[in-house]
Design a protein around this ligand. Sequence first.
Ligand code: NAD
Ligand code: MG
Length: 392
Amino acid sequence: EPQAEPRRIAVLGATGSIGCSTLDLIERNPALFQVEALTANRSVAALAEQARRVRPRFVALGDAAGYRELKAALEGSGIEVAAGPEAVVEAAERPSDFVMSGIVGAAGLPPTLAAVRRGATVGLANKETLVCAGELMTAEVSRCGATMLPVDSEHNAIFQVLDTSEPASVDKLILTASGGPFRTWRLDEMRAVTPAQAVAHPNWSMGAKISVDSATMMNKGLELIEAHHLFGFDESRIDILVHPQSVIHSLVAYVDGSVLAQLGCPDMRTPIAYALAWPKRMSAPVEKLDLAKIVMLSFEAPDPVRFPALRLARAALRQGGSAPAVLNAANEIAVAAFLAGRIGFLDIAETVERALERCAPSAIEGLQALFAIDREARACAEEIVADLAGRA
Ligand code: NAD
Ligand code: MG
């Protein structure tokens, strides 16, 4: 039967990889969706072009420097334009049924929290938000009656195959990882990796930050913490399995020995479509999975020596309190420094490890305390980066 009213959607981080895939699905299904708000950080031209196509009521730019240019570009369109971090939060606060949280980094926390606080359905791609504020976010989700649907492909896979009706029936969650572009490289080869090599992911086309995270496997470390908060499993009950073809997006092992998995071609439009249409399904323009053509799926254990980020993330999750927020903040600073050519590839995990050693662990007492921890960890990581950059 046809849907009575189109779902009203806000897309945060509309100009990014997740945002563009989301808009692609929306634009292919104009009867199902209506765009209420779009946001970006600095990509004025891309945001204006998207706005002219999908006609939202409201567009917001995170970086206020682009305000005049965006305003001019949308002159006469009737679309309301605002800029600054508060404007991005407003985009999440304005009425919509579904908010795609597609901003990269902890910058996505305030608008994601705003969407949760008005009880919206949130499609969560922005994993950093759960890594640095997992307890706070999940508490607010239940307090405010919001719905959080995982968009990250591994978590979306688990969401699809996890039977929550009988928690004792589940043994483990198994997150798959592609292993990134340096899966088979020797440590001495990894030392000289360039930003261009690190952002060239073998299976997925993604933004620069998450591509570097995949290359260091910090992405899987962040996802481990994300899975803990989304599904309530201890660190010891979440395994990581390297699976280079990225066809099995994750698995759930049950106590009777059954293992259930979700499979598909590596295209984020599948998990995004699942979130957009939930609890129904919608068709997505993705390549059909042809296992006979793929022939072989392979698996291996992650290498803890070449990919220390996994150990750091596990330790931070076990430690709890401020540790995951410090891990995330230091990683954001280190990845930016690596992309800017300031530090080497192996220095990314080194920066995170030193920041975790230097920042005294504390409990997180509310949002303001969390922001302070995030700021301090970034300052600390900047010092470590300067130190590592000077050493070269
Ligand atoms: P991206 O770099 O392609 O896009 C990021 C978007 O966020 C852009 O629209 C940018 O303008 C906006 N943005 C950046 N900084 C901002 C700020 N300070 N304030 C407001 N807006 C800001 O990133 P992406 O690859 O689309 O990833 C987005 C999020 O989704 C990340 O958390 C990532 O880990 C997660 N994710 C991405 C993929 C993927 O396939 N790309 C898969 C799983 C999870
Ligand atoms: Mg993922």
